[in-house]
Design a binder for this molecule. Sequence first.
Ligand code: PEP
Ligand code: MN
Length: 328
Amino acid sequence: MIVVLRSDATHDEALAVEHALRAAGSEPQRLAGERIAYLANGVSQDLVRALPAVAEWFESPATHPMASRPGPRTVVTVCEQHFGDGHVQIVAGPCAVESPEQVDAVASACAALGLRVLRGGAFKPRTSPYSFRGLGLDAMRWLREAANRHGLAVVTEVMEPSAVDAACELADMLQVGSRNMQNFPLLAAVGRTRTPVLLKRGMSATLEEWLLAAEYVLEGGNEQVVLCERGVRSFDPAARNLLDLAAVPLLRARTHLPVIVDPSHGVGVRDAVIPMACAAVAAGADGVMVEVHPDPGSARSDGFQALTVPMLGELVARVRAIERAMTK
Ligand code: PEP
Ligand code: MN
């Protein structure tokens, strides 16, 4: 059950409600949002009706009550950058961090374009064990240093629970990649942190499975989750994946969590990235995430889909123009 308090409920009244829910055998979880609200399982309607601070309650039929709770939309804040506050957040950076110079060049280009969140892989989940698998903690440090020099926040992927603490030290947001969307120990581990999480869609995951993955993180107490659509498997090898932009409006009706789109992995074709980023914003996405490399021809991973720095400039201009047109 979701229990929502009156908008003028005091701190003491909230504590009294928590106490009453606990006394009834539930462990109430505070939900994010403007009003004080709790997820409390196993309590009766008679009990909550009798609590004066309670304004309303909902029996939640959802299998993911936290990811699909009613009420205000969640704004995820990474350093001072917001996802879901109504403006389009553009995250950019290399697929993999390859050297201090490479990541600094990208960070500098991002900052010059007014971007504030830098991505970059240090631990790369690769389909083949013979592909470049990232430079690990050294790469994460170079990413952090480049971001600090240019005033950027950092998002980077974690692949295993044992790496989460180190990543929290160096990054501002933890990415759970497509291949790990159902790595349940990893979801639980990032859910125990208070570092925002970027949860990518599994490559053949339904929206329901994806929301259940988000539920693992929320259930751990971490309410700062951004969903990232990155394409799903299709029958057609013309594109690396089939970018499911319908997921954006469909998720908006099913969850309060912000949704961004990664057209780089979603299509896997450099020249399609800008148009699909524009389409994502037109579909209502809270942001986009794209790969960029100072010299895509020499990239150690995903060079074929990396934007050049001038292309990133074009993407930012076009996305901002659509954003302005939509908010008029
Ligand atoms: C990435 O964003 O670095 C990545 C590996 O993407 P995905 O998990 O969507 O394949
Ligand atoms: Mn990549």
